[in-house]
Every structure is written in C-alpha cells, then in structure tokens.
Design a protein around this ligand. Structure first.
Ligand code: ZN
Length: 150
C-alpha cells in the first residue's frame, strides 16, 4: 500500500471511530438533510453563522458509511471559523478534486488536509459518499430542506 493510501485509510478509520462535531446545533437557522440512496448515507448538517457570514459553529449527525462520516467530520472541523464565501470556494474545489478535474498537488487550492480524499476519485462508486456532506452543507447555506444526490 502506498503512503498516500495508508494515510487515507488511517484518517477514515480515525474520523469514523471518533467523528468530530457529531451533534445537532439546537435552533440552528441553517440546516439540511442529505441522502445518498446509492449507499444509504443520511447526513444532516447544522450551521451557526455570525452577522458577517463567518461560520461560528458547524456540526453534523446521521448515519452512513465510514467514508461519508469521515468526510463530514473532516469538513466540519476544517470549515469552522471560515467565511461562507470561503466555504463555497472550498466546496467547489473539493468537488472538482473528487471528480478528477482538480489536481490538489498542482492546481492552486485551499483544500489543506481535505486533500486526503483525492484517492476517492479512483473509486467512482464512492464519490457520492465523499461528497454527500458537502452537498448538504451547500443546501444548508442556500436554504433549508433536503438534498438527494443522484
Ligand atoms: Zn456511503
């Protein structure tokens, strides 16, 4: 197994076992439920924004496979303290990386430790698992409700 792969496995296992920010934010004005029917992942994302659009608190709960939970866990810890505008840019870059349209080692990006998910692009059946939390985040930013990947 390559170093990159081994690191990926370790991060997934760790975040799946000890998910960060795994709770509901009571009274959150921005939340959404995401559903990935391909795998059965159901992830809810909660956001608390201040009046200048900075993410003061972000959390998730729900059930899903190890990849979907680890992705949600990393996403929430990565985005706390960032602005909504930054979060949208990071969403786009993460999505492009998963689709193989952005090379995190060559193309300019803000992905930081989220680069660990680059390996998912080699497993097309798991891409929805890696992105469900992100689609749900976008839904929570844009409106309340539900999002289903297709
Ligand atoms: Zn999944």
């Amino acid at each position: 197994m390559s170093y990159q792969n081994e690191l990926y496995q370790q991060v997934i296992l760790d975040h799946n076992k000890n998910p960060r920010n795994f709770r509901e934010i009571e009274g959150s004005a921005h939340h959404c439920l995401g559903h990935n029917p391909l795998c059965g992942d159901k992830i809810a994302v909660f956001l608390d924004l201040d009046d200048v659009g900075v993410i003061q608190d972000i959390s998730f709960n729900g059930s899903g496979c190890a990849i979907s939970k680890a992705s949600a866990s990393l996403m929430t810890s990565f985005l706390k303290g960032k602005s909504v505008d930054e979060a949208r840019v990071i969403f786009t870059q993460f999505h492009k990386m998963i689709l193989g349209e952005l090379d995190p080692e060559k193309d300019e990006n803000l992905l930081g430790k989220l680069k660990i998910f680059v390996g998912v692009r080699d497993f097309p059946s798991r891409t929805k698992c890696a992105t469900i939390a992100w689609h749900t985040l976008k839904c929570a930013l844009d409106k309340e409700g539900e999002v289903v990947t297709d």
